[in-house]
Design a protein around this ligand. Structure first.
Ligand code: FAD
Ligand code: NAP
Length: 342
């Protein structure tokens, strides 16, 4: 076997965008599938923690056992006539998501532009069915390939197998910690007619730029600009994006809240109503608040931040305080979107 020696007590500070200084007991980065299988076999008796870009992660203690960083690289066009006007594209799990999006745009392919500038890896993107500005990964997802952790066997998952939902997939519930995703396939369009520009801020940004008939690249540039104005860059302020999911609430609760808070924003989501968690957190007075080095971002209240030396426990304590306050005030339970270790 060619399994490299693991790094021991390896700091993960540079491997999580919160910038939390916890260590991995053992750390290995794998960049090919055979090595991945061999490593899984060799460390079968140890607890395993799979790490991509660490941008949806809060470490609250050191990671026991083996931390396996997925560094599988490669992206290619598999079929230029996959479906009407569509191209089939494959990206390996360790590719940086945003670099992959830019590569598809350079090839003139549309579908992922609204998902520009989301940090992290291609392999983690299906785990929470990443979404932004009215588009979700599932909209262009075709299938993914994975390796079963227990057996090392390869398996393909269709879109239906993945059970995608709002910031959700089967890999967060029944198949949690069972598979490592190794590659993802997307169907992307050669035409511009499927572009999604309906999301308010994108529309406004395109109008401001004087663009009437946008290309996927125009939308990507608009999204990048909006995100850069509103979201903290993890290189400057540690964060993991939205800490909580936007809650989906029953219509009865919605109507009673609307009576009390007529200005409350909402979006219909099937039988339920989606309330922006950022609005709830702002109403509860947390926006811009700082507790030591843990805080709530000044421009986007859904983003919890590490101003320097916050511990994972500090961020977790702040998130619990927010959850309790929101429940007391609105009767709504906020659930974390971020993966909290352990
Ligand atoms: P990690 O944090 O490394 O891992 C996340 C989870 O997936 C962990 O449970 C890990 O064990 C598992 N995992 C990672 N790789 C694999 C693999 N190959 N196989 C199996 N399991 C794996 N998310 C959105 O949906 N929309 C946004 O607009 C958005 N904006 C963000 C903005 C900022 C500034 C930040 C910091 C985060 C944002 N996020 C957003 C969250 C995050 O970027 C995404 O969830 C991203 O897909 C996480 O990728 P990652 O590689 O960093 O995953
Ligand atoms: P925003 O535009 O201020 O809107 C606040 C929330 O309202 C969003 O989270 C969004 O829910 C919802 N919303 C707004 N317009 C909507 C519409 N036309 N239809 C349905 N829902 C609508 O949000 P923002 O914070 O600047 O973020 C912009 C986008 O990037 C959002 O899609 C957001 O999810 C995504 N984002 C995600 C993360 C993350 O870590 N997950 C971090 C930053 C940004 P949805 O979230 O369901 O879209």
């Amino acid at each position: 076997m060619n399994v490299p020696e693991p790094k021991k007590n390896f700091s993960l500070k540079a491997y999580n965008t919160f910038g939390i200084d916890q260590s991995a007991e053992k750390f290995i980065s794998v960049n090919n599938i055979d090595r991945l299988r061999e490593t899984l076999a060799k460390y079968a008796a140890e607890s395993l923690f799979v790490l991509g870009g660490g941008s949806n992660l809060l470490l609250t203690q050191d990671v026991a056992g083996l931390t396996l960083h997925i560094g599988l690289k490669g992206k290619e066009i598999i079929d230029t006539d996959y479906a009407e006007d569509c191209v089939l594209v494959k990206a390996m799990a360790g590719e940086v998501w945003h670099d992959f999006v830019l590569w598809t745009l350079e090839k003139g392919l549309g579908g992922l532009e609204n998902l520009s500038l989301i940090p992290g890896s291609v392999g983690a993107a299906p785990i929470q069915n990443i979404g932004a500005y009215g588009v979700e990964l599932k909209d262009s997802f075709v299938r993914c390939e994975a390796v079963e952790i227990k057996t090392g066997k390869a398996r393909a998952f269709s879109k239906a197998d993945c059970e995608f939902d709002y910031r959700h997939s089967v890999f967060k519930t029944t198949l949690k910690n069972e598979y490592i995703l190794t590659a993802v396939y997307f169907s992307l369009t050669k035409q511009n007619h499927l572009l999604k520009t309906g999301y308010g801020t994108i529309r406004d940004e395109l109008v401001q730029r004087g663009i009437e008939n946008p290309t996927p690249s125009d939308i990507s540039k608009a999204v990048i600009s909006i995100r850069q104005q509103k979201l903290p860059d993890p290189k400057e302020i540690g964060n993991s994006g939205s800490f909580f999911k936007n809650p989906l609430i029953e219509k009865t609760l919605f109507l009673s809240l609307q009576d009390k808070y007529p200005e409350m924003p909402f979006y219909e989501a099937g039988d339920l109503m989606k309330i922006p968690a950022a609005w709830l957190i702002e109403q509860a007075g947390f926006k811009g608040k700082r507790f030591g080095d843990a805080g709530v971002h000044t421009k986007q209240a859904l983003v919890l931040v590490n101003y320097g030396n916050a511990k994972g426990q500090d961020i977790l304590a702040l998130s619990s305080k927010i959850q309790l306050t929101i429940f007391d005030k609105f009767g709504i339970r906020l659930t974390p979107e971020v993966n909290i270790y352990p």
